[in-house]
Write a protein that binds this ligand. Structure first.
Ligand code: K7E
Ligand code: CUA
Ligand code: CA
Length: 610
């Protein structure tokens, strides 16, 4: 293309002016590029940390890369999810389990990682369902929920924690109090329990009765105590009566003492679980008075202190985690909710009302040195949890912190009256905190936990190991197993179903065992069957058995929903449902088919089937 010289000159002038303009904003620009560089992960490179964010009322866990903030995966837990074929089918055992334990939804708040010697080992992640009193475990080698249990004798499974340093139990706090005998005929007094769950078997071990709406949990690093905040020592039934006292409590449970009392048969068994009444078992429960409707409790990485956030008091209470004595109660700001830690002796507390993160020095606060506040940074807006990478382990990494904000307000283009949640990544590697980047999430993460990619990545499986009953290539079959029952054994590999056609009759029950025989990571095939409410996703090596009603007579094309090759769209097949009275066989049906298809003028037909 030929350009007029004047246009070239004009373009040069504009470019020069733009250059001058850029130069004028140099300082602002370079602060931006510095921040961008800290969170920029170039295409093809990997994030340094896996972040696990609870999905709140999404009922799931979000997997986010840190520092990029990229959403890498959603792990469905308490909610069916079509994209992964999770708990979708009425006959699916996991769906039936969800239905029988509270429903096809959940409210996940607190993701916690398994520990060995106080280090995250990358084996499991646990997550609570506040609404329906459940606890789920996610296997991190498959990123898949493998166990879900209902916790008996409590309502509102809220705070959960791993008993350090080797994951002896998962602690689950029951927040909503219930009549003691579980009967509405005896409404007073109300009570609740802290539950101790075996992490491997996912079975109840014992419970300890605690009154007053047990909220957030953590444990001492030596595994001796569990700590739970209690915000309704008043045992009020409405908001006004819950804020009468100046102090509520942190409930410290002496775990070895509780185990001893259980072993001595001191528990009253209800719904198969022994419950300890602390009034009858001395030394099990200590109530430490802290102000006022406390929320979070977090143990320092060195295990010396448990720190309770005051919520309605502008203070945090620093408790000696061995003697259970209060050692200091410094002011930090308005609405303190949760605390996390770096590897240099600093704590970071979220301030819901101030919309800030405050950084403070633990030793200085304990010794009463006046300059214990190190820094404050504004977040957007009304922060709930915050979590520094590794801040909930004995070895924090100390470089990034995630602020999990409840309201995004003006931070994103509006998407209706309902706006996304706002997560912000803060650089905590220096003395001053620096806000680096933000990213929106669906509703509504509460807490997060992080593990180094170098630890977890090598543990993640490439494929599923085929189960003993997997369908082998070459051994596919269609067998009538009864007057009204047909079994189909099917394999999937790029990009075909074998068999790609089968025939059943109206009124038949169809049982399909489908194996994806691919051996390459991420080579997923779907099986979507129209008008049968059936879509499953099969990762490589995976076998799924489904049973469904044949439905109305007709031809139903099943097809692959996961893009798998250039011939993905051709990956399909047919289920033919014959009317009850029909005598046509599959052979007749093949023979009678129109095999030519429509001819394109001038293009010779190969004569193949359409
Ligand atoms: Cu503060 Cu459920 Cu952890 Cu929400 S809880 S914020
Ligand atoms: Cu298989 Cu697309
Ligand atoms: Ca209270």
């Amino acid at each position: 293309m030929k350009r007029h010289p004047l246009i070239l000159i004009a373009a040069t002038v504009v470019a020069t002016l733009a250059g001058v303009h850029t130069f004028g904003c140099g300082a602002a620009r370079s602060a931006r590029s510095l921040a961008a560089e800290k969170v920029y992960v170039p295409p093809g490179e990997l994030d340094k940390y896996y972040g696990f964010l609870s999905g709140g009322q999404s009922g799931s866990v979000f997997v986010v890369g840190v520092p990029s903030g990229r959403l890498i995966r959603e792990i469905p837990v308490f909610e069916p999810r079509a994209a992964y074929g999770y708990a979708m089918l009425e006959t699916d055992a996991r769906r039936q389990l969800l239905e029988s334990t509270g429903g096809l939804w959940g409210d996940t708040h607190h993701p916690v990682l398994s520990e060995k010697n106080g280090l995250f080992d990358g084996e499991y992640l646990w997550i609570n369902d506040l609404a329906n009193g459940r606890l789920a475990r996610v296997r991190l080698d498959y990123f898949e929920a493998d166990r879900i249990i209902k916790i008996p004798n409590l309502q509102g499974a809220h705070g959960i924690a791993v008993v350090s340093p080797d994951t002896k139990y998962i602690v689950v706090n029951g927040e909503f109090e219930q009549p003691t005998d579980g009967l509405v005929t005896n409404p007073a007094p109300y009570t609740s329990v802290v539950a101790f769950v075996d992490p491997e078997a996912m079975e109840m071990k014992f419970e300890v009765r605690v009154n007053g709406n047990i909220d957030i949990a953590d444990t001492s690093k030596d595994g001796h105590y569990s700590f739970s905040t209690v915000y309704n020592l008043e045992q009020g039934r409405d908001m006004g009566s819950m804020i009468q006292y100046d102090r509520d409590a942190v409930a410290a449970i002496d775990i070895p003492a509780a185990e001893k009392a259980i072993a001595a048969g001191k528990g009253d068994v209800r719904n198969g679980v022994p419950i300890l009444d602390p009034e009858k078992s001395e030394g099990v429960l200590t109530l430490i008075p802290v102000p006022k409707n406390p929320h979070g409790v977090n143990v320092t990485p060195d295990g010396r202190y448990a720190i309770a956030a005051g919520k309605l008091s502008p203070t945090v209470t620093i408790i000696d985690a061995h003697t259970l004595k209060i050692v200091a109660e410094p002011e930090v700001g308005l609405g303190p909710l949760h605390t996390t830690f770096d590897n240099r002796g600093n704590a970071f507390t979220s301030l819901f009302l101030d919309s800030q993160v405050v950084k403070w020095n633990i030793d200085k606060a304990v010794t009463g040195t006046s300059d214990y506040i190190v820094d404050r940074i504004n977040v957007h807006y009304n922060i709930g949890h915050l979590q520094a990478v590794g801040g909930d382990s004995m070895h924090p990494y100390g470089d990034y912190l995630l602020a999990l904000n409840k309201l995004s307000k003006d931070q994103y283009v509006p998407v209706g009256p309902d706006l996304p949640e706002n997560q912000e990544i803060i650089d905590i590697s220096g003395e001053k905190m620096k806000l680096l980047a933000s990213f929106p999430t669906p509703p509504e993460p509460h807490d997060a936990t992080f593990i180094a990619a170098s630890v977890l990545k090598p543990l993640v499986h490439q494929t599923y190991t085929p189960s003993a009953d997997a369908v082998q290539a070459g051994h596919e079959s269609v067998v009538r197993t009864g007057p009204h029952a047909v079994s189909v054994d099917m394999t999937l590999i790029r990009s075909a179903y074998t068999p790609d056609a089968f025939e059943v009759r109206e009124g038949d029950q169809v049982t399909m065992k489908i194996t994806n025989v691919e051996t390459i990571r991420d080579m997923i095939h779907g099986f979507a069957l129209p008008d049968h409410n059936l879509n499953i996703a099969l990762p490589p090596g995976y076998t799924k058995t489904v049973t469904f009603d044949a439905g109305k007579p007709g031809v139903y094309w099943f097809y692959c929903t996961n893009f798998c090759s250039a011939l993905h769209l051709e990956m399909r097949g047919r289920m033919v449902v014959q009317p009850k009275a029909s005598t046509v066989t599959l052979t007749d049906w093949h023979a009678a088919e129109n095999v030519k298809g429509q001819l394109v003028p001038g293009v010779p037909s190969t004569g193949d089937k359409r």
